[in-house]
Design a protein around this ligand. Structure first.
Ligand SMILES: [Zn+2]
Ligand SMILES: [Zn+2]
Ligand SMILES: [Zn+2]
Length: 262
């Protein structure tokens, strides 16, 4: 299984428009964070989790040449507003792409992208997709996928557990808590990726300390923080993390089959 972090930033992206802080002005490319998304390749299947507003740039920059399925965590703007760019993959692959999510997420997608389902002259220039509501484990080719319901402030959203090639990865980019029962139900993980917005408490996201606490309890072989805001400079944040916990960055690739990170 191969993972590529397509984006690791919070909703406004980094640099934030008009911001002159050290992180937004940094020359370190690891401080440039597109909106959060993960690309997974396993068993000949290519899956993207969320289609952020940066999706076209992410696909071009990180060589996303195929998308067989889309998993949506929730319908906040920073996770879905690159959805229309799926058109290129529908055209190239000549297929209808399945889009998985909770009933609430997909109802919100139908509202925001109503034109996708209209029968009109433009039918061929909209994403050719089918929405699949999921609340139980399901298969996409060789991938076994389990929705992980988590609170995101007052909302319930999904993270996902992905299992393939004998490897297991869990991805939860937006949450305000990791429920106790979820923590104990998770199987042993190769990689766990979790929301860590900033140090100051936030009503809908985890702080770095809260994320580290949850990650230590989950105990994956390798853990990564994502969905970071401009309060967190990459190197300074990495230096204060315990062993085994890392700050993710855009373009980070993990090949679990070869045990290599680039
Ligand atoms: Zn978000
Ligand atoms: Zn800034
Ligand atoms: Zn959100």
């Amino acid at each position: 299984m191969k993972l590529t972090f397509l984006g690791t930033g919070t909703s406004h992206g980094i640099p934030a428009i008009g911001c002159t802080c050290d992180v937004c002005q940094s020359d370190n490319r690891r401080n440039r964070r597109r909106r959060s998304s993960l690309y997974i390749q396993a068993g000949g299947v290519h899956v993207v989790i969320d289609t952020p507003p940066d999706f076209r740039d992410q696909a071009l920059t990180f060589n996303v040449a195929r998308v067989d399925a889309v998993l949506l965590t929730h319908a906040h703007a920073d996770h879905i507003f690159g959805f229309d760019d799926l058109r290129r993959f529908c055209f190239l692959q000549k297929m209808i792409i399945p889009v998985y999510g909770s009933s609430i997420t997909l109802a919100s997608m139908r509202e925001k992208f109503g034109y996708v389902f209209e029968d009109s002259l433009w039918r061929k220039s909209v994403p050719q997709v089918t929405f699949c509501e999921v609340d139980q484990p399901f298969q996409v080719g060789a991938l076994q996928i389990t929705p992980l319901p988590v609170p995101h402030g007052p909302m319930q959203v999904y993270g996902y557990l992905i299992e393939a090639d004998g490897h297991r990865v869990a991805y939860i980019p937006d949450c305000s808590a990791v429920p106790e029962e979820l923590m104990t139900a998770l199987p042993p993980l190769d990689v766990m990726i979790l929301d860590a917005l900033r140090d100051r408490p936030h009503p809908t996201h985890l702080t770095v300390d809260q994320a580290v606490d949850a990650l230590q309890r989950i105990g994956a072989d390798r853990s990564y923080l994502t969905h970071l805001c401009h309060d967190l400079e990459h190197e300074a944040t990495q230096q204060r993390l315990p062993a085994g916990i890392h700050v993710a960055y855009d373009g980070l690739r993990i090949d679990l089959s070869r045990e290599c990170i680039t």
